[in-house]
Design a binder for this molecule. Structure first.
Ligand code: F6P
Length: 344
């Protein structure tokens, strides 16, 4: 067979590991040919690609980012996009397309399969960990470790100055990184998109903590968090060229409000794209490799329209329609239990 691969959406640690696993298995176990499209769907539509071989993927396992490049955007957004995908599939003799993406790319892949019959297999990835149908996406665990390391470091400087550090992490619609890094880093409070925050309550948590003789508050805020209606005014946000809202202002809104309510100085730390960069953790290398190996089997079984997923420790398959247009939110029981126990 001849397989095409693409990486879509925001990059994450583990993408190169999955490219390597697919290429190695497809070539050595099935004698397949593999091509990698550059820059996500742009590369398919414009027929820009590279041949992937066991030799060309050598050394990729620990490398961050994606050697193929990635973009947001989709062939569904342009008038002849789908026709051009179909043309690429037949002109380049592609038997199956493996789409490695988050919610956006998997939704596009699912529509291309359902509506246009394009043979696609999906692999869920994203540091946000918010794809419905899988217990985890690769990239998440690395991002949580990076955020936890940062929180650990912030504790000591916050302590020295008796300050409140407001740490903003990624998480547009779901607070997975905030919740997990906040728990691991012993945060004073965690603010997630799933639960609107009350700034007075948050200030109360910080004040009580300091009054009890504890210094150094580290408040972890997911970038997509929002205040309770009619409490704070969130400035109008701009969008990027794909209509994606540009976030990154919430910590700057929260920090001065906490200072004015508590009297403690605050500082903002935005971890931003550091969470997505660099080498994947061992866990993410293994998960990416398992997904890649299983995706090649899915292609050979003709399981088009499906994605490989992690469920109770095992790799299984699930229809991409379950992820289409949805977001997997955090476990609110865990969030509430943590809040009730640790956020005095
Ligand atoms: O990959 C998803 C994500 O990490 C979101 O949490 C974040 O809002 C977004 O990417 C930012 O991506 P970019 O700045 O690359 O568009």
């Amino acid at each position: 067979m001849r397989l095409g691969l693409l990486t879509g959406g925001g990059d994450c640690p583990g993408l190169n590991a999955v490219i390597r696993a697919i290429t190695r298995k497809a070539e050595s176990r099935f004698d397949d040919e593999v091509i990698g499209f550059y820059d996500s769907w742009d590369g398919v539509v414009e027929q820009r690609f590279t041949e992937l071989t066991k030799t060309s993927v050598r050394g990729l396992l620990p490398r961050g980012g994606t050697i193929l490049g990635t973009r947001r955007g989709s062939p569904l957004d342009s008038p002849h996009g789908v026709e051009r995908v179909q043309a690429a599939m037949s002109e380049l003799r592609i038997d199956a397309l493996v789409v490695i993406g988050g919610n956006g790319s998997l939704t596009v892949a699912s529509i291309l399969h359902q509506k246009y019959g394009i043979p696609v297999v999906g692999i869920p990835k994203t540091i946000d960990n918010d794809v419905v149908g899988t217990d985890a996406t690769f990239g998440f665990q690395t991002a949580v470790q990076i955020a936890t390391d940062a929180i650990d470091r912030l504790h000591t400087t916050a302590e020295s100055h008796d300050r409140v550090m407001v740490v903003e992490v990624m998480g547009r619609d779901a607070g997975w990184i905030a919740l997990h890094a906040g728990i691991a880093g012993g945060a004073t409070a965690i603010v997630i998109p799933e639960v609107r925050f009350d700034i007075d309550e948050l200030a109360g948590v910080v004040s009580r903590r300091h009054a009890g003789g504890r210094y150094a508050s580290v408040v972890v805020v997911a970038e997509g968090a929002l205040p309770v209606a009619d409490t704070l005014v969130v400035p109008q946000r701009k969008c990027d060229q794909y209509g994606h809202e540009l976030l990154g202002d919430i910590a700057h809104l929260v920090a001065p409000e906490l200072s004015s309510r508590t009297g403690y100085e605050s500082r903002v730390v935005q971890l931003g794209h550091i969470q997505r960069g660099g080498t994947p953790s061992a866990y993410d290398r293994v998960l990416a490799t398992r997904f890649g190996l299983a995706a090649v089997d899915a292609v050979h079984d003709g399981a088009f329209g499906e994605m490989v997923v992690l469920r109770c420790g095992k790799i299984e398959r699930e229809s991409m329609t379950v992820a289409q247009g949805k977001t997997r939110l955090v476990d609110l029981d865990l969030f509430n239990d943590v809040a009730a126990t640790f956020f005095g």
